[in-house]
Design a protein around this ligand. Sequence first.
Ligand SMILES: [Zn+2]
Length: 189
Amino acid sequence: MIIANYFKNITKYLDLGKEIYTSPIYGCKFCGYEGMLHRHGYYSRNVITKYSIHKVNILRVKCPSCGKTHAVLPSFLIPYYQYSLEFIFECLYLSFVMKNSYSKIVNFFNSLNPDSSFTASNVSSFKKRMKENKSIVNSFFANFESFYYDMDNPNVSSILQKIEKFPKDILDFNSSFFKAMPKHFFSKV
Ligand SMILES: [Zn+2]
């Protein structure tokens, strides 16, 4: 799995289709090979955003050194989740920072996107995963002087606010996190 930061906007990504993959992809985290990875086909998957459901093409690349294939995900996605990163992040923010109730959050997303199939159990599983990721995200922020506060006893709310303040936006956070850390953001701990 590779998170690529040059696919930032889902609408543009959909408009361009496979044409978007003009830049070569470098580097295999599995074996440490730093050269260019070879294109190895596409697969299609669903993305649920705040407003609609899309089908997107995902490129697969293969490492010429170890032979492992990697999916190249645009930074608006998190591996293994159908909901877009912005959807998940907003849900977490509404719960941990804004202290909204589960029913308020569920109603909010269902009113924007009635096809989202979003339920309280989604909220609860996102929250659980975020709590599991708390320490690793906290250690990511130790790399940045401007985010070096609340480090000793961070709470999830403080961490989410750091993600929100990350230079540019959450999508840059997602690709920066992937580059700096051994695992992607929101991975199974
Ligand atoms: Zn490799």
